[in-house]
Design a protein around this ligand. Structure first.
Ligand SMILES: Cc1ncc(COP(=O)(O)O)c(C=O)c1O
Length: 368
């Protein structure tokens, strides 16, 4: 029997659409928005100036090859510009990778509390999501490897992961790569790499440089503060860059994003200030929240996963409502299988103090 209306490919209607972090509270003009892991320092003033200057040539198409931006990224990190592909957010690059390498009958592996987009882009391409359980909210390499089959085509690994904030060491990532079959593409999503200042952490550049089957994705949305412009990049083996360049939109990155991106990546001082801010306030926030008796998952990123009691009264839902009543917006993470936790971005000093004071009130305790 023929369908009475157009039908999407199998898998698409199994997708729960991604729900972004909220940015408003009812009846309130100014909120403390700590729901999307944006930087409290904003973008580099030089990036803002470059964005404004782009207004002078909006009638022109952008450089479809993102030449200047790839050169700036290559210079900053010592990379081969020919192996960099830019996109409208790392979201776009992850989607393109799924589109190119996954189809019906294929499997993609990601972890239990891994970034939600992986499930969406796997199903969108008719492939099957395979979920590897985590251990203590952290990727367990052995459990990922145990789920590899003939059908596995891609492994997505956010490192550090959103929403847990946990990371896996370079040794573990290297071991994973070494054990994965050669035909499996390992996608290292390093959206929070700039915050992960740990001796044993490596975003993925070295593995991309030394293996033919590993890709690293990066974003300008987090530490560079350009989330509104949609800008990301991937560092790829030559053959993967070639594939992405064949299927991406010919002008997938806008001129304002390209110009602001160059200014942002060249402003190492601003990036350093943002990283330092996080280094100062993330441990402070974690310690103050722990003093209130809540458990906080150790984070290598610019946000914290905070765990609440399972009972409704003091639970994550009640905490979320209470914080909202104080104009503080954080992120529910039920969709990540974490109904008793909330994810909170490290904000300005005022944001962070407001969160701690509100949580103390919620729990009926005096803030320290
Ligand atoms: C782990 C992870 N990867 C990728 C992204 C997508 O970032 P964007 O598309 O803004 O570059 C996010 C955004 O929240 C993220 O948390």
């Amino acid at each position: 029997m023929s369908a009475t209306r157009p039908q999407p490919r199998p898998g698409v209607l199994a997708i729960d659409a991604y729900v972004p972090g909220k940015s408003t509270a009812p009846g309130v003009e100014k909120v403390f928005k700590l729901s999307s892991n944006e930087t409290p320092l904003g973008p580099s003033p030089k990036a803002v100036a470059a964005f404004k200057a782009a207004a002078a040539e909006l009638e022109r198409y952008p450089d479809g090859a993102s030449t200047a931006l790839r050169a700036a990224i290559a210079a900053r990190y010592g990379l081969n510009a020919a192996r960099i592909v830019c996109g409208a957010g790392s979201d776009e690059l992850l989607s393109l990778l799924a589109h190119a390498y996954l189809g019906p009958g294929d499997e993609a592996i990601f972890t239990e509390h891994g970034f939600l987009l992986y499930r969406i882009i796997t199903l969108a391409n008719g492939a099957t999501p395979i979920v590897a359980p985590e251990k203590d909210l952290r990727t367990d390499i052995d459990r990922v490897l145990a789920r590899v089959s003939e059908r596995t085509k891609v492994v997505f690994l956010a490192n550090p992961n959103n929403p847990t904030g946990t990371y896996v060491s370079f040794d573990e990532v290297r071991a994973l790569r070494a054990e994965l079959p050669a035909h499996v593409l390992l996608v290292l999503d390093a959206a929070y790499a700039e915050y992960a200042r740990r001796n044993d952490y490596e975003a993925g550049i070295e593995l991309v440089a030394t293996t033919p089957n590993t890709v690293m994705t990066r974003t300008f949305s987090k530490i560079h503060g350009l989330a509104g412009l949609r800008l990301g990049w991937a560092y790829c083996p030559e053959a993967v860059a070639d594939v992405l360049n064949r299927i991406r939109g010919p002008f997938n990155v806008s001129t304002p994003a390209l110009l602001a991106g160059v200014a942002a990546i060249e402003d190492a001082a601003h990036e350093e200030a943002s990283a330092r801010h996080n280094e100062q306030w993330q441990p402070w926030l974690a310690a103050e929240i722990e003093k209130l008796g809540l458990e906080v998952t150790p984070s290598a990123a610019n946000f914290l996963l905070v765990h609440f009691a399972k009972d409704g009264h003091r639970g994550a839902g009640a905490a979320d409502s209470f914080l909202k009543s104080r104009t503080i917006i954080v992120r529910r993470v039920d969709a990540y299988g974490l109904p008793d936790a909330l994810r909170m971005t490290v904000g300005t000093e005022a944001d962070n103090r407001a969160v701690v004071a509100a949580l103390a009130q919620f729990l009926g305790k005096a803030a320290a």
